[in-house]
Design a protein around this ligand. Structure first.
Ligand code: 4GX
Length: 246
């Protein structure tokens, strides 16, 4: 069981994702718990203001330190010791290795920023780590937090049902081979014959080769990082000898 404590100004953004499919079942089965905290609840004053203009001028609003400090302290006090994670494009890039690290924790405290960002004192004195889901700009940390929840949850025993957990754990070193299902012919396009041949060894080899082909075309970096050996090396030779590839 992992507990996710989410601090956000938009707690309603989480309901639809958490209310469907795998995550819904994980919550119902008690495999994960997601608690949502609207840090505006910790804002003082008649207007419950959470943001303000930046000192020194500039575009956009900055999240004030007081509500975030109060909210994070209150939430942190409620459970097992846990690092506080801020979702930001400036953080450590999320990959499957980091997802595995996060999945080993009893609790994740995820802070979702908005606007131009948060007062630097929040980062320096309250946040323990910053995490990015990739090099593109979103409007807030809520979708990144949901990405973290989903990626972590599916690693927990019992969440995926009867799937090979080792396969679910690690990012594959090769891209997937093409897959087909019925009908055998769709708008004139047939399924590769080998897949309906019943020759298990031929199918296995075809899949391995197509998986290599796709990796070579789209993710040659994976072949550098995990060099092919044995049968794979031989299949790669075959691919190199095929005509018509750039
Ligand atoms: N991977 N964003 C956060 C506001 C913000 C800026 C600075 C705190 C500090 C993003 C991403 C992402 C946009 C979420 C800016 N909050 N987060 N937000 N990519 O683009 O994680």
């Amino acid at each position: 069981m992992i507990r996710f404590d989410i601090l956000t100004l938009f707690p309603e953004m989480f309901a639809s994702v958490l209310g469907e499919s795998i995550l819904k079942r994980a919550v119902q089965a008690g495999l994960i718990e997601v608690r949502l905290f609207d840090f505006r609840d910790w804002a003082e004053g008649r207007h419950r203001q959470v943001d303000d203009v930046p000192y020194g001028g500039g575009d956009g609003m900055v999240l004030k330190p007081e509500p975030l400090f109060a909210a994070i302290r209150a939430v942190r006090a409620e459970g097992p010791e846990s690092p506080v994670t801020l979702l930001t494009p400036q953080g450590r890039r999320l990959d499957q290795a980091l997802v595995q690290e996060l999945a080993a924790r009893p609790r994740l405290i995820l802070v979702c920023g908005r606007y131009a960002g948060v007062d630097e004192r929040v980062r320096r004195h309250l946040v323990d780590e910053e995490l990015s889901i990739g090099d593109y700009v979103l409007s807030g940390g809520e979708l990144p937090a949901l990405v973290v929840i989903e990626a972590v949850a599916r690693l927990l025993p019992g969440v995926l049902g009867n799937q090979d957990s080792a396969a679910a754990d690690s990012f594959p070193r090769r891209l997937e081979a093409p897959q087909y299902t019925r009908p055998l012919e769709f708008e004139g396009h047939a399924v590769p014959e080998v897949l309906v041949s019943g020759h298990h060894e031929a199918i296995r080899r075809w899949r391995k080769k197509e998986s290599l082909r796709r990796t070579l075309e789209r993710r040659p970096d994976l072949l550098e990082k995990y060099p092919p050996e044995g049968e794979e090396a031989a299949l790669l030779e075959e691919l190199a000898g095929e005509p018509g590839r750039g």
